[in-house]
Unconditional design. Structure first.
Length: 143
């Protein structure tokens, strides 16, 4: 199949396919006599694997490692387990950061007294003074 057909079958962008090829995540396809890329079913399977990993927010560097592990079946599952355990821990830290962010946004939203032409917006004032007054997600420590 041609690159556009592969992109459609996998539900992604042609530029994404080319990027994955450049990065070595997707094997270079054979070329026709006229220079067109010709992809095989194995390319679609690999692309679906990559897209599934990305949907799980696995970084491309770790997708590359997983591909390497898959290509060496004699590898034990311990390396894959360790990689996934590290990813789970990152997800947990991210969730904790998102909960903190939610609390901060809710607190900011509660500062709003509604539209008023005679005074500044309390939320915008809080955005302007946040780094100087308190720690937040983007300014974790007060100077």
């Amino acid at each position: 199949m041609k690159i556009g057909e592969l992109a459609t079958a996998a539900g992604c962008d042609v530029q994404t396919l080319r990027y994955y090829e450049r990065e070595g995540l997707l094997d270079a396809p054979e070329r026709t006599a006229s220079g067109y890329r010709h992809y095989a079913p194995r390319h679609l399977a690999r692309l679906q694997f990559i897209r599934h990993c990305r949907a799980l927010d696995i970084p491309l560097s770790e997708v590359r490692q997983l591909i390497d592990y898959a290509q060496t079946p004699e590898q034990s599952c311990h390396a894959v387990d360790a990689l996934l355990d590290d990813h789970i821990e990152r997800v947990r830290r991210h969730l904790a950061a998102l909960k903190t962010l939610e609390r901060q946004l809710v607190a900011l939203r509660k500062q709003c007294q509604g539209a008023s032409s005679d005074r500044a917006c309390a939320i915008l004032d809080a955005f302007m003074s946040a780094p100087a007054e308190h720690a937040c997600a983007c300014h974790p420590s007060v100077p």
